[in-house]
Ligand binder design. Structure first.
Ligand SMILES: *Cc1c(COP(=O)(O)O)cnc(C)c1O
Length: 414
């Protein structure tokens, strides 16, 4: 930090302010996490200095001998983690990983069948504001409005009627387990490609706590920075018959030089995820989510689908005359970071919404367990029930800070 402080005190101060924000508040955004010091060290390493266009053993630049080894480590560990045939670890992001799968398989104008953004899907699954919605013909499914869960019989019927070339499964805001085998069968039945986007749940899948699409669906994409708890980035797993097409779609199809410091950090993250302690972490993430969900329900709040099987839950605020925007802002004032989120049968715009998405990966990385989840649940409920009461909000903020101070994100003395 001393070099940065003398070169650029402005940025140094921003980083310190952000460190304090992360330390003193509670991060409950379901897609965020807190990486290990080893991952942090690797992302800030000299591995950022070099070009390594191409793949191990086939680079366009000299001097890549150590980069080859580290990329192979990352690929091998990722294959081991998920039992996959082939891994591409160069995707800069989850969205780019999805784009590469589309480029490797379907043609411009082909039909994609995917989950609606407003009911849990992701922008890169065919939203009109994303490349995926502009380049492809998109038909979308949602959840059943009674159960607020996927209905696989409905999906099969839709696939037979629409005959898509690609079926996308996976979500950003779905609190229930996804049946990848069912999706694989639905796609096979209509001769469609299928990709499982496990960006959110990758860690739970790796730990064996959620059924895996690998070996069941030919393509799996992920991010490495959500439950996997690695550096920001993407990755693709596929059956060996598609290995070459996927690698070509990433480079030279979509990207130039790989971010080798990030790939090195992915290797470190995958090694961490192969340890028994990581499985224990994922188990706690789910236990924490279920405890938090039960606490919120105990406070009389409604959860979409009545609970959670994974690391996140969706709070429905529509019966409380609150918007997601209002709730997000007021919780922020109390030191709790969450994001507003659309819910099934949403009537408000994505900038306002009737819901909140809440996740436990980051607070679990800080070492918090069930007791702390009960405290957090009471804090959230207190804020939502006293939305106009500045005094109560300030009291909750003090409680949040007291709780946070017991679980530092990085012990300063290490
Ligand atoms: C987060 C997410 C992505 C995108 O990841 P980026 O790295 O932000 O591009 C893709 N798909 C799903 C389901 C996600 O939740």
């Amino acid at each position: 930090m001393s070099h940065l402080a003398s070169t650029d005190p402005e940025v140094a101060e921003l980083i310190e302010n952000e460190r304090l924000r992360q330390t003193n508040g509670l991060e409950l955004i379901a897609s965020e996490n807190i990486v290990s010091k080893a991952v942090l060290e690797t992302t800030g390493s000299i591995m950022t200095n070099k070009y390594a266009e191409g793949y191990p053993g086939k680079r366009y630049y000299g001097g890549c001998e150590y980069y080859d080894i580290v990329e192979n480590l990352a690929r091998d560990r990722l294959c081991q983690l998920f039992g996959a045939d082939h891994a591409n670890v160069q995707a800069h992001s989850g969205s780019g990983a999805n784009m590469a799968v589309y480029f490797a398989t379907i043609n411009y104008g082909d039909k994609i069948m995917s989950m609606k953004l407003s009911e849990g899907g992701h922008l890169s699954h065919g939203s009109p504001v994303s490349f995926s919605g502009k380049m492809y013909d998109v038909v979308q499914y949602g959840v059943d409005h009674e159960t607020e869960r996927l209905d696989y019989a409905d999906l099969a019927e839709m696939a037979r009627k629409e005959k898509p070339q690609m079926i996308v499964c996976g979500a950003s805001a779905y609190p229930r387990e996804i049946d990848f085998k069912a999706f694989g069968e639905i796609a096979a039945d209509v001769g469609a490609y299928c990709v499982a986007d496990i960006a959110h749940i990758a860690g739970l899948v790796a730990a064996g706590l959620h059924n895996s699409p690998v070996g069941v669906i030919p393509f799996t994409t992920t991010t490495t920075h959500k439950t996997l708890r690695g550096p920001r980035g993407g990755a693709i797993l596929c059956d060996s018959e598609y290995a070459q097409a996927i690698d070509k779609a990433i480079f030279p199809g979509l990207q130039g030089g790989p971010l080798m410091h990030i790939i090195a950090a992915k290797a470190v993250c995958f090694k961490e995820a192969l340890q028994p302690a990581y499985k224990e972490y994922c188990r706690q993430v789910i236990k924490n989510a279920q405890t938090l969900a039960a606490t919120l329900e105990g406070e009389g709040l409604r959860l979409v689908s009545g609970g959670t099987d994974n690391h996140l839950m969706l709070l429905d605020l529509s019966d409380r005359k609150l918007t997601g925007l209002q709730a997000e802002n007021t919780l922020h004032d109390a030191g709790i970071t969450v994001n507003k989120n659309t819910i099934p049968r949403e009537t408000l715009s994505p900038f306002v919404t009737s819901g909140l998405r809440i996740g436990t990966p980051a607070v679990t990385s800080r070492g918090m367990k069930e007791e702390e989840m009960k405290t957090i649940g009471h804090c959230i409920a207190t804020v939502l029930k006293n939305i106009e009461n500045a005094e109560r909000i300030a009291e909750v903020k003090a409680e949040v800070e007291a709780l946070s101070s017991r679980f530092p994100i990085y012990a300063v003395t290490e």
